[in-house]
Ligand binder design. Structure first.
Ligand SMILES: CC(C)(COP(=O)(O)OP(=O)(O)OC[C@H]1O[C@@H](n2cnc3c(N)ncnc32)[C@H](O)[C@@H]1OP(=O)(O)O)[C@@H](O)C(=O)NCCC(=O)NCCS
Length: 434
């Protein structure tokens, strides 16, 4: 039986507006900004543009994949820094690369329960400002020294610290359970699923071409704000600077594999790049939007999260989650007009497409038949994470916006969005224009 949280009616969640910063290459134009800065910039602008009385908003749910240690409750800090009412409650979510989809489905769920009417959901990530740790021996020594009652005692606290303990420790980029990085896992999937280098480069090229065409057609004009960059405000970020208009198969073919330098096929060209950016959605219960006289972009019909063994195919989660979301929506693959699938790596996207169509995969996850083949003309028609960039926490909200907005979407009504995430997690959501 279909379980709809998005049944047409008063309590379903509708997206009234969405906005994001430009997505830019890490260590680039946003390198001086934090995740908190980026999140506050986009939320403040979203609220201003939508002309809604901030007092209408009853919750803000926001997240990031790599937590900002100085502001771990980032949703609340964004609420405060965005000049929203100080009494606005907030909570922070994290589901790795599906974080802002989680924020969206959280507010939708609370709307279905009747505990929220108007909410902001989104995500933010600064890959230019990831926290750097000290080693355990050094941090233990620092804590001991801070408690020391005399100078000699303070000096003694560092007695067991060796020179190599002074080396800074970056956040883990490898899976805790397997020790493999995302890139190594994508490489493993390329090999096990026989995804050729050419197929990967074709996906990357299409991502750049679609993204460039969408910018040219004005699709992103309403989705992407201009950001005069503090503190000097002398530079303004106005567009996604990762898109390569001049990308060619020949140029992509020349790039050396990054994660398996000898036998590999995953390159900087067919991977999503390290990116800074933030994105936010204004979400309402449908009855509240109507009462306020607002025309929603679309509604969340159903969603699902699933997980797969990270030691097998880490980024195959979407193929596990999508059938569940479709069942919950009471829909089949044939009902989908548009597929908005996160491109962590071209090898991951190709592997998920392969699994959607595979009778063996269907059997493995206990289904009678595979979902089917995705028509390439319906897939990431305005570009995906390879070309647009992937600020981990913000990608889910970007995908929701692209699924519901844009002139090319006028006669496309139902979208399936998917995201793979660390830990073998997969997310899928069915959205419909209304
Ligand atoms: C793959 C990765 C390591 C590459 O990082 P990088 O080396 O800093 O990447 P760059 O942008 O500098 O690109 C490397 C080279 O490829 C070139 N290149 C990248 N994309 C290209 C394209 N589409 N066409 C032609 N050349 C391209 C760059 O110009 C650069 O060339 P140069 O060395 O001559 O300057 C990094 O992007 C990464 O870690 N990505 C994965 C992120 C991840 O794990 N995401 C999780 C997914 S959920």
């Amino acid at each position: 039986m279909a379980t709809l949280i998005g049944q047409p009616g008063s309590s379903r969640a509708v997206v009234v507006a969405g906005l994001r910063t430009p997505f830019v290459k890490a260590q680039g134009v946003f390198s001086g900004l934090t995740s908190l800065d980026l999140g506050s910039i986009v939320v403040r602008e979203l609220v201003e543009r939508s002309n809604i009385d901030p007092a209408e908003i009853d919750q803000i749910v926001f997240g990031q994949a790599i937590p900002t240690l100085l502001a771990p409750s980032i949703a609340r800090e964004i609420g405060i820094a965005s000049a929203l009412p100080k009494a606005l409650e907030a909570h922070t979510v994290s589901r790795a690369c599906a974080t802002s989809l989680q924020a969206f489905t959280d507010v939708a769920s609370s709307m279905a329960l009747g505990v929220s009417q108007v909410a902001i959901a989104g995500g933010t990530e600064s890959m230019s400002d990831v926290p750097i740790f000290t080693s355990r021996p050094l941090s233990r020594a620092l804590v001991k020294a801070s408690r020391a009652k005399s100078l000699p005692e303070r000096v003694r606290a560092f007695a067991g610290v060796h020179p190599h303990d002074l080396v800074p420790v970056p956040p883990a980029i490898a899976e805790y359970s397997t020790g493999l990085t995302m890139g190594e896992s994508a490489e493993k999937m390329a090999k096990e699923n026989h995804i050729s280098r050419t197929v990967q480069d074709e996906i990357a090229l299409a991502s750049h071409q679609h993204a460039a065409a969408a910018w040219d057609a004005g699709v992103f004009a309403s989705q992407v704000m201009h950001v005069p960059v503090p503190p000097a405000y002398s530079t303004t970020a106005t567009f996604d600077d990762i898109i390569r208009r001049d990308s060619t198969m020949e140029a992509l073919a020349k790039l050396k594999p990054v994660f398996d330098k000898v036998h590999g096929s995953v390159t900087a060209g067919n991977s999503s790049p390290l990116t800074d950016g933030a994105a936010a959605l204004l979400v309402m219960r449908e009855d509240r939007a109507k009462a306020l006289g607002l025309k929603p972009l679309g509604a969340l019909r159903a969603f699902a999260y699933a997980a797969t063994d990270p030691g097998e195919q880490l980024l195959q989660g979407p193929a596990n989650a999508a059938p569940i979301a479709l069942d919950r929506a009471g829909m089949t693959f044939q009902d989908i007009d548009l597929f908005e699938m996160h491109e962590a790596f071209a090898a991951q996207l190709a592997s998920n497409l392969q699994a959607f169509a595979s009778p063996e995969f269907a059997k493995k996850i206990g289904r009678a038949a595979p979902l089917g083949e995705v028509d390439p003309s319906k897939l990431n028609i305005h570009g995906g994470s390879i070309a647009l960039g992937h600020p981990f926490g913000a990608t889910g909200a970007r995908i929701v916006m692209q699924a519901l907005d844009g002139p090319a979407r006028r006669n496309k009504n139902v979208a399936l969005c998917t995201i793979c995430a660390a830990g073998g997690l997969g997310a899928a959501a069915v959205l419909e224009r209304i």
